[in-house]
Write a protein that binds this ligand. Structure first.
Ligand SMILES: Nc1nc2c(ncn2[C@@H]2O[C@H](COP(=O)(O)OP(=O)(O)OP(=O)(O)O)[C@@H](O)[C@H]2O)c(=O)[nH]1
Ligand SMILES: [Mg+2]
Length: 222
């Protein structure tokens, strides 16, 4: 990359990091646990998030979600079916969310107290990597039809995740998915990473996931 372009890019990323740090402190001081969901397009973020929101509401937790897409508010409409407050950000060509977009949306929202704020990022295995959104947890998803090698091919993204959900496990046999190979590859790029196997169709892993996530919130907020 040309030195001048590199300088501008570094400056923009630094400004994003500074804002994201402030946002994280603000969210945590309000008792809000923020998670940023990243994965390739179609790997199951919206379906699993809708199920997560629904189940958390059933458990009496206060939840809200922001979802980013290049175009359409289709995902927001799907997530709203859970009963949660949801906002859609349309990026009109940008392949990731940035901290100031989330901040603007959050500040313009009349939202009561919440326990969890979920951010579904734009589907992409590269662009969201360097953009901190003020989250306390980064959730990666890897669906069984993508191939077990994706963590090795996109180490930048999987390396920034705290937990990875293996999604669409109901299709694992048809895709000849080798779970242990996928887990080994995830461990190679991020040793010690938590991995959970899930299906949005059979609901496999849902209760375990909700328990894990709520546990993380409680530990983080003390
Ligand atoms: N069989 C099966 N299909 C799933 C599962 N999860 C999601 N799908 C399907 O996969 C397709 C994509 O799911 P979405 O939830 O829209 O994926 P996404 O990651 O939100 O996609 P983008 O927002 O476009 O990046 C939909 O047709 C879902 O019904 C699953 O666990 N099993
Ligand atoms: Mg989606």
């Amino acid at each position: 990359m040309e030195p001048r372009i590199l300088q501008v890019r570094t400056k923009i990323l630094k400004a994003n990091d500074t804002l994201a740090r402030q946002m994280r402190e603000k969210f945590l001081s309000k008792g809000i646990f923020v998670s940023n969901w990243v994965s390739s397009p179609g790997s199951g973020k919206t379906l699993w998030l809708e199920l997560t929101l629904r189940r958390m509401i059933q458990r009496g937790l206060r939840v809200a979600a922001i979802v980013g897409d290049l175009e359409t508010d289709r995902d927001a409409q799907r997530l709203q079916r859970s009963g949660a407050a949801v906002r859609q950000i349309m990026t009109h060509g940008l392949c990731h969310l940035e901290a100031d977009m989330v901040e603007r949306e959050f500040n313009s929202w009349e939202l009561g107290p919440i326990d969890h704020l979920f951010i579904e990022n734009v589907g992409n295995l590269v662009c969201p990597t360097s953009w901190d959104l003020g989250e306390s947890l980064r959730v990666g998803l890897l669906s069984v039809s993508e191939g077990e090698d994706k963590p090795l091919k996109y180490p930048g993204l999987f390396n920034t995740c705290d937990v990875v959900l293996l999604t669409k496990m109901d299709l694992a046999v048809a895709c000849e998915f080798q779970r242990s190979f996928a887990i080994d590859n995830l461990q190679a790029v991020r040793p010690g990473i938590e991995v959970l196997a899930t299906s949005g169709k059979t609901l496999a892993g849902l209760n375990e996931w909700i328990d894990w996530l709520e546990g993380r919130r409680q530990v983080t907020l003390g």
